[in-house]
Design a protein around this ligand. Structure first.
Ligand SMILES: [Fe+2]
Length: 164
C-alpha cells in the first residue's frame, strides 16, 4: 500500500495538482494564495514523508518488535497529515475551482488526471499494477476493500482497544 501511495498519489496525482491545477487557479483568482502555497509545500514534502515511512516499515520488518511503536507513530502522523491535506483540497480548493475555472481548464484537467489511470479512482489497473491492486483490495477491510475486519475491531468499526 505504501508502494501504491508513492507511485500514484505522490508521483502522479499530487504532481499534477501542483503543476496544473494550482497554476490554473492562481491564473484565474487572487483567492486562496496562501492555502495553495501551503498545499504545494505539502506536495514538496511528500516524497520525504513517504521515504521516512517506508524506512520505518523496513525497520519494523527487519528489526522486529522494538521498531513497531516507531512505525505505528509515523504511520499515524502520515495518515493525519494526509487527511488534513485532502480535507483542505476537498473543502476549499475544489469548490473554488468550480467557481473560477473555465470549461477549457476542466477539459485540460480531465485529460491530465484521467491519464493517471489510478485504479482506486475507478480505472482498470494497467497490466503491471494488476497484481498489486488485487492484493490491496483483498487486504483492505470492507466496505472499502474485500478483506475481513481488522484485528480488535468491533462490528461498528471501532477498535475495542482504543475506545477511551
Ligand atoms: Fe494534494
Amino acid at each position: 500500500m505504501l508502494f501504491y501511495l508513492d507511485e500514484f498519489p505522490e508521483q502522479r496525482h499530487h504532481r499534477k495538482e501542483s503543476e496544473l491545477l494550482f497554476p490554473k487557479l492562481r491564473a484565474r483568482t487572487p483567492l486562496s494564495r496562501e492555502l495553495l502555497d501551503q498545499l504545494d509545500h505539502d506536495h514538496a514534502q511528500g516524497e520525504r514523508r513517504i521515504r521516512e515511512l517506508e524506512h520505518a516499515l523496513l525497520g519494523y520488518e527487519m528489526m522486529g518488535e522494538p521498531r513497531r511503536a516507531e512505525f505505528e507513530r509515523q504511520l499515524e502522523r502520515y495518515v493525519e497529515f494526509y487527511r488534513m491535506h485532502m480535507a483542505l483540497e476537498e473543502q476549499q480548493i475544489l469548490p473554488l475551482a468550480e467557481r473560477v475555472l473555465t470549461p477549457q481548464d476542466w477539459a485540460d484537467l480531465d485529460d491530465a488526471f484521467t491519464a493517471n489511470r489510478d485504479p482506486l479512482t475507478g480505472h482498470e489497473p494497467e497490466a503491471p499494477y494488476r497484481a498489486l491492486f488485487t492484493r490491496i483490495v483483498n487486504l483492505v477491510p470492507a466496505p472499502i476493500g474485500l478483506g475481513g475486519r481488522p484485528a480488535g475491531a468491533s462490528a461498528h468499526g471501532v477498535n475495542a482497544a482504543s475506545t477511551s
